[in-house]
Design a protein around this ligand. Sequence first.
Ligand SMILES: Nc1ncnc2c1ncn2[C@@H]1O[C@H](COP(=O)(O)OP(=O)(O)OP(=O)(O)O)[C@@H](O)[C@H]1O
Ligand SMILES: [Mg+2]
Length: 239
Amino acid sequence: MTEDQPILQLDGLEVRYGAVPAVHDVSLTVNPGEVVGLIGPNGAGKSTTLHSIMGLTKPSSGDVRLKGQSIMGMSPEEIVRLGLALVPEGRHIFSEFTVEENMRLGTMARRTSKGLSEDLEWVKSLFPVVGEFSGRIAGHLSGGQQQQLAIARALVSKPDLILLDEPTLGLAPSVVSVLFEALAEVRRGGVTILLVEQRAQQTIAFADRTHVMRDGRLTMTLSAEDSTEIDRLTAAYFG
Ligand SMILES: Nc1ncnc2c1ncn2[C@@H]1O[C@H](COP(=O)(O)OP(=O)(O)OP(=O)(O)O)[C@@H](O)[C@H]1O
Ligand SMILES: [Mg+2]
């Protein structure tokens, strides 16, 4: 195992729900420190891809490798222990628990307690809600604050790679901008990110490269410079 090998590699990933293929022949690589985007319309297979990586959905063929090691067939718990964290679509915080209790669940998933207080301080500086509203019931927070908490909780588990499933879904544009700024800080902190989004332009501008997914397949890969090319983008989505 070397430091510069990819963190994540999908190789010919195929996922079916019954007879229906939801993900077909998807191959992609995420290198350490990168932000890779995955965009596409509703039903494209983005969430299914993330769920397969986490071991929540079983692929019918292909391979998922983490730092060179195949994780196919492993349980989600084992995969979390190997350094992956998923922030699922729809946030899934524990809404009856306080912010602090939610954060404690995140810290429990850590592989080491070393550096915990520094990491907590860092996460609080990125997501002020964690410090400012620590005693508040999570379900009483605004949508944007709940999303901040969901990401903060994943970050204190100190993953090597964080998978984000539509973190800006349902948020007002001003809140979306704040979230992207926080994600830029997360990236500067050295966390590798696989970002699933429907906000194409912002994601393409933010990520090192962005794969477009349609009907279960990767149809195109765009770089940050492409984010201003509306025609190409539109074609990638609807063409
Ligand atoms: N549990 C399931 N059982 C059967 N079919 C499913 C299941 N989950 C997803 N699908 C189907 O698989 C396809 C891909 O769905 P998926 O949720 O991965 O898409 P998505 O790109 O995440 O969409 P969205 O942007 O709406 O979240 C869709 O046709 C969907 O209807
Ligand atoms: Mg989805």
